[in-house]
Design a protein around this ligand. Structure first.
Ligand code: OOB
Length: 540
């Protein structure tokens, strides 16, 4: 496919020989899973009156959807923007497209005109798949404006009431199925959206075999078995709940996936009880709400064995509360849609589980920790920028030649932009993002480091630190905090400075400005949205 950078042949050979890459496609795997687990429950719609789907049924529905999409004229290699929430139609459409070799661009329900229009143009999408309504928003209105802006978009397909558009198509009953084009294992299966915080989101090509490995190896690390019940609380189009191990990993293990209709702890905890959920995945702001809800929520959580937390740094204090308060194990996941996944292991000692962001999934994940300026490796144990290369990490963003030149080293390492420290055990501790180092009059202040310290303050429940432009010193350090339940009054800036000084921080590593908020804005997957936050602060 134009715009896809394949792995060089010597690496491809190595990854095949090691058994990471197999001769498989995601659509073909569902067929094998259906043969193996036929009557077992693959998918549960978590809405109050939601249905249950066996492996055999999901397989059948995917075939019918593939036929319907083919009748519409879609062909292998075409792209389709899919923007569906956590509903079974997502699974049916995803596998229908995968079987046809049509590549879904997996947009999040929170994306709006700006992003969708960008995805449709960049991918030259032939179709756009939406729900009718979700969380009070009518996606048909959005589709109408996207269509008006990009008339080349041929089809808008709606799960639910189609309005002016067409319903998602299925095979015509009674008509003999047409033979489908067969995508190859090395073909692009899906285009994921980059979580990057600068510029327009990029598209990340993931091949059938690399994504299948991603899900399978992740399921192994989490010890997923057929008896497990995985609850998808995060938006299912995101890599974490989709394939780390998520829905795809659960299918591979013969387990059941429950789709949560909303990300709130009351909905999630009720589903834990109703479906006897064993594993789920959350971003840190949600994990905090779950831990807090555990204090008053009366649902039976005894089935839950593992809470995965990732997407942003989990502070150690919160990590330590998970087991005593929720009654399950915790696993930190430091991952990225671009590929590399780090997991704490189920048998890691508590200090590594609570205090690190895990170690790479694959023995052939190559990790370099480098000095961003010189490009040389930093001494062991020091903070540097994480560069990585491996069997499920991209070699180039989709159709982004100019950007790719700067985002990868000449020998194919992806420059993650994350600052990390590597322990002798191989575990990584995230120390921030290279772009989130605040430059105050020439002194470098790490936003993440300050956040880690401030999160320990008894009056602070949540904190985000970032730079605000300043004429005299370039940038000033702004801390936005949400007060904890224990706080009887907001702390003063002076008190926070004294608190930080007591913890041994240098005088210049301290906020210049303190803002108290009721809650912090979040991104489409639920991470704290610093860009939106910075934009909402009035000049001092
Ligand atoms: C996950 O993927 P993305 O693509 O939405 O975001 C990736 C970025 C990373 O580069 C890093 O900056 C940050 O999110 N991040 C973390 C983290 N996990 C992700 N920062 C600190 N600690 C962590 N545990 O967010 C994602 C993909 C797969 C699994 C889990 C998360």
């Amino acid at each position: 496919m134009r715009g896809f950078t394949p792995w060089p042949e010597e690496y491809a050979e190595r990854y095949r020989a090691a058994g990471y890459w197999r001769d498989e496609t995601l659509g073909g795997l569902l067929r094998q899973w259906a043969e193996r687990s036929g009557d077992a429950v693959a998918l549960v719609d978590g809405r109050p009156d939601g249905s249950r789907y066996s492996y055999a049924e999901l397989n059948r529905l995917a075939d019918a959807r593939a036929q319907g999409l083919r009748e519409l004229g879609l062909r292998a290699g075409d792209r389709v923007v899919v923007q569906l929430p956590n509903v079974p139609e997502f699974a049916v459409t995803l596998f229908g497209l995968l079987r046809l070799g049509v590549v879904p661009v997996l947009a999040l329900p929170a994306h709006r005109q700006l992003e969708i229009e960008h995805f449709v143009r960049l991918a030259e999408a032939r179709a756009y798949v939406i729900p009718d309504r979700h969380e009070g928003f009518d996606y048909r209105g959005l589709a109408a404006s996207v269509r008006a802006a990009v008339p080349e978009l041929e089809h808008v397909l709606v799960a639910g009431e189609p309005g002016d558009f067409a319903p998602l198509p299925d095979a015509v009953p009674g008509r003999a199925p047409e033979p489908l084009d067969q995508p190859g294992p090395g073909d692009v299966a899906v285009l994921l959206i980059s979580g990057g915080t600068t510029g327009k989101p990029k598209l990340i090509p993931r091949t059938h075999r690399d994504y299948a490995y991603n899900a399978r190896a992740s399921a192994e690390v989490c010890g997923l078995v057929a008896e497990d019940v995985y609850l998808a609380c995060l938006p299912i189009a995101h890599n974490f709940p989709l394939a780390c191990p998520g829905f795809l990993g659960a299918l591979g293990a013969g387990a059941t996936t429950v789709l949560a209709p909303a990300p709130s702890p009351d909905v999630g905890l009720r589903l834990v009880e109703r479906e006897r959920v064993t594993v789920t995945a959350l971003v840190p702001p949600m994990a905090r709400m779950w831990v807090e809800a555990a204090g008053w929520d009366t649902s039976d959580r005894s089935s839950l064995r593992l809470l995965q937390v990732g997407g942003a740094k989990l502070d150690q204090g919160l990590a330590e509360r998970v087991t005593p308060e929720l009654g399950c194990g915790v696993q930190q996941v430091f991952g990225m849609a671009e590929g590399l996944l780090n997991y704490t292991r189920l048998d890691d000692p508590a200090d590594l589980v609570n205090g690190t962001q895990g170690r790479p999934l694959c023995p052939d994940d190559e990790i370099r920790v480098v000095d961003g300026e010189t490009g040389a490796d930093v001494p062991p144990g020091e903070v540097g920028e994480l560069f990585t290369r491996g069997p499920y990490t991209l070699r180039g963003y989709f159709r982004a030649d100019a950007y790719n030149a700067g985002a990868f080293t000449p020998d194919g390492f992806y420059k993650t932009g994350d600052l990390v420290r590597r322990l002798p055990s191989g575990h990584l501790v995230v120390a921030g993002r290279s772009k989130e180092v605040i430059n105050r009059g020439g002194e470098n202040v790490s936003a993440t480091m300050l956040e880690d310290h401030l999160a320990e303050h008894p009056s602070i429940a949540q904190v985000a630190v970032f730079g605000l432009p300043d004429e005299s010193v370039g940038e000033r350090v702004c801390a936005v905090v949400v007060l904890s339940a224990e706080a009887d009054r907001p702390p003063k800036l002076k008190e926070l400075r004294a608190f930080l000084a007591d913890r041994g921080l240098a005088r210049f590593v301290t906020p210049d400005r303190l803002v108290v908020r009721e809650k912090l804005p979040v991104t489409g997957v639920g991470k704290i949205d610093k860009r939106a936050l910075a934009g909402s602060i009035e000049p001092a």
